[in-house]
Design a protein around this ligand. Structure first.
Ligand SMILES: Cc1ncc(COP(=O)(O)O)c(C=O)c1O
Length: 398
């Protein structure tokens, strides 16, 4: 047999999405006629606002040309207006349009880190940070949060103990996927102080900014003392329910970071011009589009909270934002429980697909008894899903 060269270590080490692990088992179960409620994925089930689709159809250029690498001028101006409405001061020159928030995170890591530099991250965290860190050859250094205090910050000493000579940045997700936690003004003040003391960048993933149900959400840009070290990673996907449009931004007052991001942007030429154009109405009048979504997800959050209260033996806090929650289960291994639930359990021919939370942690052995739920189902289906989890836990031996 002919020898072929091996793929890179980087590619080999990259983690496949842990959320996909049980997807094929769910498909097999559906083929057997079992109804599967998906609580595992973060794709909103609601229709995209017709204004966006109308704008796509109205786009009739002679040539579908590359947009400028930093974004269409009109789109950059509209993002600046959007930020202003949210009490965040970014001019169009502080912004580079990216292919979703995903590319913004990759640009940010590559802009501030050399290979093998470290980024502090609070676990459990959005699993794709692992993939982005692999692409950027960056090491994620986890600071573990606890379900016992609703995944709020541990002590300053605990955070500082993870900082080394190679640490370049603190990455936060606020509001958080997967926990639904929103850091308070005091917590952000503490992080800002630490970042100043150790001269670190703060990469702030604020893609769920509007989904703040309990209290006011503070952006990292609301802390002027850190503005030259702060980088906002943002996205139109969830707040405007246009995940497939693939529009995000990296934004910062740090001119070197934006210049570096633009160079990376130049290398990949451009972000889709049609979608940049079609989303202009949303950026200019954001509330019209975000308010109904926020209202719907707040209602679902309440349904989940009330449903969870009826299940014996689980631990959880009321999510403050986004549309996720991590709950603790009275089982030894949530991976095995989730697999059992999708492969074996049913009640009236129905079951639930869960996302085991271990995949949201970088530390080995953490999150073993936890799962993440995403509120992507209508109220009635959410209620039934929670009932099924309760019934499954009663039957499960493990
Ligand atoms: C916390 C967080 N950041 C970033 C993203 C990236 O989304 P997109 O690339 O669609 O903007 C997501 C998507 O689920 C997310 O949950």
């Amino acid at each position: 047999m002919k020898k072929v060269p091996p793929i890179s270590q980087r590619a080999g080490n990259m983690q496949a999405s842990p959320l996909r692990k049980l997807a094929s088992a769910a498909e097999d179960r559906k083929k057997k006629g079992v109804k599967v409620y998906h609580l595992n994925i973060g794709q909103p089930d609601l229709p995209t606002h017709p204004d966006f689709l109308k704008a796509v159809r109205a786009y009739k250029p002679d040539t579908v040309a590359y947009a400028p690498s930093n974004g269409l001028e009109s789109t950059l101006d509209a993002w600046s207006i959007y930020f202003k409405r949210n009490n965040i001061d970014f001019k169009s020159e502080d912004i580079v349009v990216t292919t979703g928030g995903s590319e913004a995170i990759i640009f940010a890591m590559q802009a501030v880190c050399d290979p093998n530099d470290e980024v502090l991250v609070f676990e459990p965290f959005y699993t794709n940070y692992n993939g982005f860190a692999s692409l950027a050859t960056v090491k994620l250094k986890p600071v573990t949060l606890s379900i016992d205090n609703g995944f709020h910050l541990p002590s300053d000493a605990e955070i500082k103990s993870k900082i080394t000579k190679r640490t370049k940045a603190i990455l936060i997700c606020n509001p958080s996927n997967p926990t639904g936690t929103i850091f308070t003004k005091q917590e952000l003040t503490r992080l800002v102080k630490i970042a100043k003391q150790y001269n670190l960048f703060v990469l702030s993933d604020e893609v769920y900014r509007e989904f703040s149900f309990e209290s006011k959400h503070y952006s990292i840009m609301n802390f002027p003392e850190i503005r030259n070290q702060a980088i906002v990673l943002d996205s139109a996907s969830k707040r405007f329910n246009i995940c497939g449009a693939r529009i995000g931004v990296i934004a910062s007052k740090n001119k070197d970071v934006i210049a570096a991001s633009l160079k990376m942007g130049m290398a990949r030429l451009s972000v889709a011009s049609i979608e940049q154009q079609a989303m202009l109405p949303m950026l200019k009048n954001p509330k019209k589009y975000t308010a109904p979504l926020v209202k719907e997800f707040a209602k679902r959050r309440d349904v989940v909270y009330e449903g969870l209260k009826k299940i014996k033996g689980i631990t959880f806090s009321k999510p403050e934002g986004a549309f996720y929650i991590v709950i603790g289960l009275p089982v030894k291994d949530a991976d095995i429980f989730a697999e059992w639930m999708i492969k074996k359990f049913q009640d009236k021919n129905e079951t639930v697909l869960l996302a085991p939370a271990a995949g949201f942690y970088a530390s080995k052995g953490m999150g073993k008894q936890e799962v993440r739920l995403a509120f992507m189902l209508k109220e009635k289906d959410l209620k039934r899903s929670l009932e099924l989890i309760g019934l499954a836990l009663e039957q499960y031996k493990g």
